[in-house]
Each structure stands twice: as C-alpha cells, then as structure tokens.
Design a protein around this ligand. Structure first.
Ligand code: PMP
Ligand code: GLN
Length: 397
C-alpha cells in the first residue's frame, strides 16, 4: 500500500536552523561516555533540605496538586515581590505585576510571543543563551546580534545605538551573562536605560544569575527606574528558582513588570503551559524568604568553586576569561593550537573524560567565538578537582 509522504520537511522553517540544543547533545555525550559533565549548567548537589521538605509538605498537604491559579499561587507572587524589595529595593504589586512561569525559559518564550509582531527587530548581545534566538524566531521576529568580544566581553554601547532602527521593538538583555560571566555595570545599564527611554523600546532582562556575582554587585535594570521616567513601563525582568536554589528540575520562574507588560506576557503564557509546578511553587515561596545568610553563603561557595576551576583550567593551559558572575567559565583553546570549539568539545570525553560546551554555537558571527569553550563550576569540589586533573594530564602533560 502506498504510504503518503510529503515533500515538505516536518519541521517548520522558523525552527529548522536550530536542531538539538547543545545542552542536550553534550549531556547525552556525558551520559554515553561516563565523562564528568561540566557542560550543561546544573548543580550536582540539591538545594537546601528545608526547601526540599517544603515541596514534600506541599505535595502531602494537597497544595498545588491541581492546577494552580494562572498567574501563580498568591504565596509565591508575594514572595517574589518580597524578594525584589529585599534585595533590590524594587516595589512590585504581587497581584498585577508578578507572573509565575515554568522556569525562566517559559518567561522568555512568553515575553517574545506576547510582545513581538512578525518583522520586529530584537537586539541581543551574543553569545546568547540558546533559547533567545529560537524564541525570537518562533515569534516571527528578527534577531539583531551585537557581539561581546574577548577578552573583556563588554557591550559596545555605540554599536547598540547604531543598531537601533525604526523596526527595533525590544532589547533582550542578560546580566549576569551566560556564557561569558559579564555583569553589566551601573554605568553600562545607565546608558542602556537612557537609550531605551529615548528610543521608546521595550527591554526583556534575564537575571536568573542575579545572586551569583563575585567581584561586583548585580544591578537590575529596573532599579534605574527612579532616574529614568518611563523606564519602569518598558522593562520586563525575568528570574527563576533553578539557579538561586539549585533545583533546576522544578522549573519555577517569574516575571516582574508593570501591569500592561505582565498582561501581554501572560496572554502568551496561558496558552503555553497555562500553569506548571504546583507544589514546587509553594516550596519556592519559602525559599525566597530564606535569611540573607543563605544567599551570601551560596555566592561565597560558588566564588570558591570558580577560583578552583579557573586555577585548574589555567594550569591545564587554557586561556581563562575570569567570569564576574554566573557559574560558567569561558575559555579559549587557541593555546593548544585548536580552533574549532565544537569539534574540541565533541572529542573531549574521549581525550580525557570531561564534557564542556562550545560557545561558538551561541554566536551568529561564526568567527567571534569559534575557539571558545565553556565549563560549568556548579559541581562538587572533588568533581572539579578531578576534572581539572584530567584536563591537566591531557593538555599540560
Ligand atoms: N536564562 C539563562 C541565561 C540561563 O542560563 C538559563 C538556564 N538555566 C535559563 C534562562 C533558563 O532557566 P530555567 O531553567 O529557569 O528555565
Ligand atoms: N542554562 C543551562 C546552561 O546554560 C542549561 C539549561 C538547558 O539545558 N536548557 O547550561
């Protein structure tokens, strides 16, 4: 019997260029080879025991086992507002200015789908987190990359101004920045804020690593709203529990913004997951209320891990770009006479039993990051030490 086939490929044109995410590819490679996974950014130790217990309690008490409210459970929306006030001095109304999402990933997707029209231009600094390009494409919009260049990875603010056209709708920011570890300074953010208001743009700012800054403080773009009338009405801030509390599998994220922006993001979000992570929402509400010491210790511990892995990578011969934030270190493999980060990362498990991620896949400009490789340091000290020793043996003899 004849089988019906279509000459058109199943995958639509918007997504055809993206393939499988590099994180999935590299984690599968780690699983297949038994290599140490410093690729995908997830901790190998769970977050605080009392937060885990809070999730168990919620489950047992029947809180969140059925669909939670569309915007998120009130306890979590209040806790998000409380966190924004406590750490950043920002006031958000839990009822109209907070939206709970299925991780930051859904917040980003819903923001792109809710705020963009086909043909709108979105400016983003590359290398960018992989879902940005895909979500911009799903919204039918056009990405306009501005390259952060080694060794400093600072934004070129003149280039930013020059990139704005009448079709520019939105600036997509990420600070602390994955994968480079760049943390935007108050001066850089001030220049960006001025431009955004002057040019009547929207900003979506992904601040999932807000608690992971080492040599400098994290300044949310929204914190500049006092100085720039009109800014608050233009900024959508996204964060998530995954990074701050080391429960990346729970997928609890949130959006904070002025009511019309939250409504626009919610309009898309309600047709994506509608809602997610019921019992975990209650647990994250408790996590956000942990004492300041939790956040300080978490950052201090991660700073130590950064220094541990950075030292190991240097000893192995990598060029190391010291990150100011996140739990990633970007390196360059040119000192080994290597040029192709993707080929390097695909071969690394065979060579020495370590998995890393090629930054080259996060750039539109194929030359800009061709020889950059990212290592995650959100792992146990013994794991980092062993990975560093394998790399040293393989590359420094
Ligand atoms: N944005 C950035 C910059 C990230 O690194 C990640 C990965 N955690 C996300 C968003 C996605 O966050 P979540 O796991 O909460 O969806
Ligand atoms: N944010 C994580 C990273 O950068 C990965 C998340 C994912 O796998 N999508 O490694």
């Amino acid at each position: 019997m004849a089988v019906m086939t279509s000459s058109r490929p199943p995958l639509n044109r918007a997504l055809a260029e993206f393939g499988t995410t590099i994180f999935a590819e590299m984690s599968a490679l780690a699983a297949r080879t038994g290599a140490i996974n410093l690729g995908q950014g997830f901790p190998d130790t769970d977050g605080p025991e009392e937060v885990r217990e809070a999730a168990v309690r919620a489950l047992r008490d029947g809180r969140g086992n059925q669909y939670p409210p569309g915007p998120g459970v009130p306890e979590l929306r209040q806790a998000v507002a409380g966190h924004q006030a406590r750490f950043h001095g920002l006031a958000y109304d839990p009822d109209t200015e907070v939206l709970v999402t299925a991780g930051a990933t859904e917040g980003i997707a819903a923001a792109m789908l809710g705020l963009l029209e086909p043909g709108d231009e979105v400016i983003a600094f590359e290398p960018f987190y992989d879902s940005y390009a895909a979500c911009i494409a799903m919204a039918g919009a056009v990405r306009v990359p501005l390259t952060l260049r080694a060794p400093g990875f600072r934004p070129d603010l003149d280039a930013l101004r020059d990139a704005i056209t009448p079709r520019t709708r939105l600036l997509l920011l990420n600070s602390p920045h994955n994968p480079t570890g760049t943390v935007l300074t108050r001066e850089e953010l001030t220049a960006i804020a001025a431009l955004v208001v002057e040019q009547d743009l929207l900003v979506v700012t992904d601040e999932v690593y807000e608690h992971l800054t080492y040599d400098t403080d994290h300044v949310p773009l929204a914190a500049l709203a006092d100085r720039f009338p009109g800014l608050r009405e233009r900024v959508v801030t996204i964060s998530s529990a995954g990074k701050t509390f080391s429960f990346t599998g729970w997928k609890v994220g949130w959006v904070t913004a002025a009511p019309p922006l939250v409504s626009a993001v919610r309009a898309a979000k309600q047709y994506l997951t509608y809602v997610a992570s019921g019992p975990f929402q209650y647990a994250v509400a408790e996590a956000l209320a942990l004492p300041d010491a939790y956040f300080r210790d978490f950052r201090d511990g991660m700073r130590r891990k950064r220094d541990l892995l950075a030292g190991g990578l240097r000893a192995a011969g990598f060029e190391v770009y010291q990150p100011q934030g996140t739990y990633f270190i970007t390196t360059d493999i040119t000192p080994f006479g290597e040029k192709d980060a993707l080929a390097f990362c695909r071969a690394l498990p065979e060579r020495c039993g370590v998995v890393a991620v090629p930054n080259s896949v996060f750039y539109d400009d194929p030359d800009a990051g061709r020889s950059q490789v990212r290592f995650a340091f959100c792992k146990r000290d013994d794991v980092l030490t062993e990975a560093a020793s394998r790399l040293r043996k393989a590359f420094a003899g």
